[in-house]
Design a protein around this ligand. Structure first.
Ligand code: N01
Length: 504
């Protein structure tokens, strides 16, 4: 039974990134004001609060990488730098007057469905100790790229120099004149490498970049907005919406190329090969950075600065596999030992093994991680899961994108959740939970479509795939279709409980 010392709330939202913030603002708009947002960090922003590495910026155009309900005419560039996105999210949270319901520096330690009261009992740990909430619904927006993954490399724990993950940049470490190593060549690394290489060049330092698999990198077509353009965005009615719409449909046009029509991907491939040619003079180095799998199989990266940085005198690209790390060096399989003062691991995140799944228990005490072990990381419409009543994910399984803005997906899911809550309110449903049949049909269709995409058949391994090679992270169709499929809460795909049990 729910004890009186549990704080009763209608909704508990986990995470204050784009997803949690959007949910909070929209619940507020609907008059669903009895909610709390529990955030493990000290501020809103999620991944944009955490990733403060030099060069951090978005690779989705700024016009699209913002809430549709909070346009920002002041973006400085076509691709926003991290500090601007973080400031934007802080401003949006403040302007919408929701921050008084946010609890920061507090972790959701566990959450369990309580059959008697039909509430989620959520235990949190924060600076002032533990607290427990009893919530009718649990809205989980923990982020798909929020838990850094450290590489499993022999000896790494014995390294005596400075070491940190790209998503936990240690700004107290001075890189000037040092020997720095970056492990990884994904989206984070290719932004970090040019910045670090420049710093080291100016101070007599050296950079080693450890590449396991070469990424495809196309040019970054970016520009600063002029004061005139910003004024036009601010004052010409509809102009910014028009720019957003143009970017949106431009991005949607990529989808056929990802869904395994290689001829359509050919221009992107040509552009990436030209980028190598332009940025790198040494033929041997060019060969090392030329990928051997289909473009799009891993996330396509964008940079004008990455290849020139690798080509610089003070930078070496190491492609021999890492054998081990010692107290002060990295040793590769060919026996070469390269000394390191600062080791930056840009090795990505836990993506197919959602850490929060180890802390959520549904009906009968069923651990979400145990269900995922059987079904793979999977949900109905990326949002709801059988055996887990009144649990809604924002950025859940198979909602990631290889081509467009996650903010669009987030807004689509939040619409769906709002409609679910409306439906529950109108019909006095205490619980909703997708049927196993709806769940199975949705995922069978999704995986059938996935099989022919470049992400599954492009000849690479990536963070999109789980240990069985199943893509549990990406949405295989256009975002337009996603929005349509989630436009109304399809109660017929749900098991509902109509009797509300009153809590003492
Ligand atoms: O992480 P990643 P990320 N030994 O997983 C390598 C988003 N994002 O932080 O390819 C050696 O992509 C690994 O090698 P391999 C975006 O969605 C967006 O860079 O597996 N190397 C790979 O090179 C992105 O996709 C933005 O062979 C090891 C790298 O580490 C996602 O976040 C910016 C290794 C990991 O790359 C993740 O990007 C940044 C090992 N043991 C991030 N383990 C923008 O918007 C891993 N690697 C611009």
């Amino acid at each position: 039974m729910t004890r009186l010392d549990h704080r009763l709330v209608d909704h508990l939202i986990v995470g204050a990134g784009f997803g949690g913030l959007c949910a909070a603002i929209k619940l507020d708009e609907d008059g669903e004001r009895d909610y709390v947002v529990v955030e493990k960090g000290g501020d809103v922003g999620g991944t944009w609060r955490d990733n403060t590495y030099p060069g951090a910026a978005c690779d989705v155009p700024s016009q699209l990488y913002s809430f549709s309900f909070a346009p920002n005419p002041d973006w400085s560039m076509s691709y926003s730098p991290q500090p601007e996105i973080q400031a934007y999210l802080q401003r949006v949270a403040k302007d919408h007057g929701v921050l008084d319901r946010f609890v920061f520096d507090t972790l959701v330690a566990d959450a369990a469905w309580d059959e008697d009261t039909q509430r989620w009992i959520v235990r949190t740990e924060g600076p002032s100790g533990e607290a427990t909430y009893a919530a009718r619904t649990l809205i989980a927006g923990p982020g798909a790229l929020s838990e850094p993954r450290l590489p499993e490399i022999a000896g790494i724990e014995d390294f005596q120099g400075e070491i940190f993950h790209s998503a936990r940049w240690d700004h107290d470490v001075d890189l000037a004149g040092k020997r720095v190593a970056v492990i990884g060549t994904g989206a984070s690394a290719i932004q970090i490498v040019p910045e670090v290489q420049r710093t080291l060049q100016a101070t007599g330092g050296h950079l080693d970049v450890y590449q396991r698999t070469a990424p495809w990198v196309i040019p970054r077509n970016e520009h600063h907005y002029t004061p005139l353009q910003k004024a036009a965005f601010r004052h010409v009615p509809g102009l910014q919406r028009l720019a957003r719409t143009a970017v949106y449909w431009g991005r949607e046009a990529y989808v056929p190329a990802f869904t395994w029509k290689p001829a359509l991907a050919a221009p992107a491939k040509r552009s990436a090969l030209k980028n190598i040619e332009k940025g790198i003079s040494d033929p041997e180095l060019r060969a090392k950075v030329t990928p051997s799998y289909e473009i799009g199989c891993k996330r396509i990266l964008i940079s004008n600065a990455y290849y020139p940085a690798l080509d610089a005198d003070n930078c070496d690209l190491v492609t021999d596999p890492i054998e081990k790390v010692t107290g002060d060096a990295i040793v590769t399989r060919d026996g070469t030992e390269r000394p390191v003062d600062v080791l930056i691991v840009a090795t990505g995140f836990y993506t197919t093994d959602l850490p929060i799944a180890h802390r959520l228990r549904g009906r009968g005490g069923r651990l979400l991680a145990d269900r995922f072990a059987e079904t793979g990381m999977a949900a109905y419409k990326g949002s709801t899961i059988p055996e887990f009543p009144n649990l809604f994910f924002v950025v859940g399984p198979n909602t990631g994108l290889g081509h467009s803005s996650m903010v669009f997906i987030i807004e689509s899911q939040v619409r769906y959740i709002r409609d679910a809550l409306r439906t529950m309110r109108t019909n006095d449903y205490a619980t909703v939970e997708p049927t196993e049949r709806a769940f199975a049909d949705w995922n069978a269709d999704l995986q059938a479509r996935m099989a022919s995409t470049v992400w599954s058949s492009g000849g690479c391994s990536s963070w999109y795939l789980d240990e069985h090679g199943r893509n549990t992270t990406l949405w295989p169709r256009t975002t337009y279709v996603f929005r349509k499929l989630l436009s109304t809460f399809d109660v017929r795909s749900y098991r509902v409980t109509a009797t509300r049990i009153e809590t003492p």
